[in-house]
Design a protein around this ligand. Structure first.
Ligand code: ATR
Length: 282
């Protein structure tokens, strides 16, 4: 019997996950199908009951349910607990476990792009929202110890820092003050929504002072090259857009559901085609 999978969110029609996962199933010859489900807040609990009742094998969870869904699951993986959000549910014979693959997906993409060890690198995260949290705690779990955070609202970044593992060294900075110190960082990770379509002219800060050869990674993939990445590239940085994070977070979910490694290139290509663009990472 074909396995049933899906994603719940509100809105959901824009999601590229169904396209990506169905292509991955097809490529591996697995009988599986993945559907988008539009679930409003007031229906979340019933939707999760439905996952159990219908024997849906795996789900992704997207905005705005990533945190609210946690109380309806049977178990939460420790990293997802720390992040305070779940993007993946595994249904194991009626037991639902919540995971968060956003941060680890980001790191997998970053490591592949960097082609070198990132453990000793000095990292700056721009932003302190949900995505930043997933990336920050996942970087810490991977043993990266020098991670600074800058955010418009400094208190939010302080809160992330308070809950970090003891070995992580973190300084919290304002967007203004970090601009003159950008030369300190080997890897800069942009996690805010600034620069996302349609406001493609905006960027969270000016990166004129970055180190040559720094890696600048933006989690936005629409547009494929944000203003921030464009400026960074002109200054000699290596730039990566958010397509890799999107694909790898999906690939990690897929592995948890099926025990199989999906074909990353198939997934990447189908999403890229849908975005109508050229891959600009270099
Ligand atoms: P997500 O879950 O996608 O990370 P979020 O939790 O709403 O979204 O977080 C959005 C991030 O983008 C935050 O770091 C936010 O800064 P604040 O904490 O100060 O709100 C940042 N952000 C969004 N719009 C911004 C803007 N116009 N200027 C500066 N920062 C902005």
């Amino acid at each position: 019997m074909a396995g049933l999978y899906g994603v719940i969110g509100d809105p959901i029609s824009h999601s590229m996950s169904p396209l990506m996962h169905n292509a991955a199933f097809e490529k591996l010859g697995i009988e599986g199908s993945y559907h988008p489900f539009h679930v409003r807040k007031e229906n979340l609990e019933n939707a999760i009951r439905g996952v159990k009742a219908l024997g849906i094998k795996g789900m992704n969870v997207t905005i705005p349910h990533k945190t609210a869904v946690m109380e309806y699951l049977d178990q939460i993986d420790p990293l997802a607990e720390k992040i305070g959000a779940v993007n993946t549910i595994v249904n194991d014979e009626g037991t639902l476990t919540g995971y968060n693959t956003d941060g680890l997906g980001f790191i997998k993409g970053l490591k592949e792009f960097a082609q070198e060890s990132i453990e000793m690198k000095r990292v700056l995260i721009i932003g302190a929202g949900g995505a930043a949290k997933a990336i920050y705690y996942s970087l810490a779990e991977q043993g990266i110890s020098k991670i600074d955070i800058c955010n418009r609202t400094k208190e939010k970044a302080e809160l992330l820092k308070t809950r970090r593992s003891s070995f992580v060294q973190t300084e919290v900075l304002s967007l203004d003050s970090v601009q003159t110190n950008l030369g300190l960082y080997d890897i800069i990770i942009q996690t805010t929504s600034i620069g996302m379509n349609p406001k493609i002219g905006e960027k969270p800060l000016n990166v004129a002072m970055i180190k040559e050869n720094a890696i600048v990674s933006d989690i936005i993939y629409n547009p494929l090259e944000t203003s921030l990445l464009k400026q960074a590239k002109e200054l000699g940085a290596r730039t990566q857009n958010g397509l890799d994070m999107f694909v790898y977070q999906g690939a990690l979910s897929f592995e948890k559901w099926t025990g199989r490694n999906p074909d990353i290139n198939t997934m990447k290509e189908i999403v890229l085609t849908q975005l109508g663009g050229q891959h600009v990472n270099r």
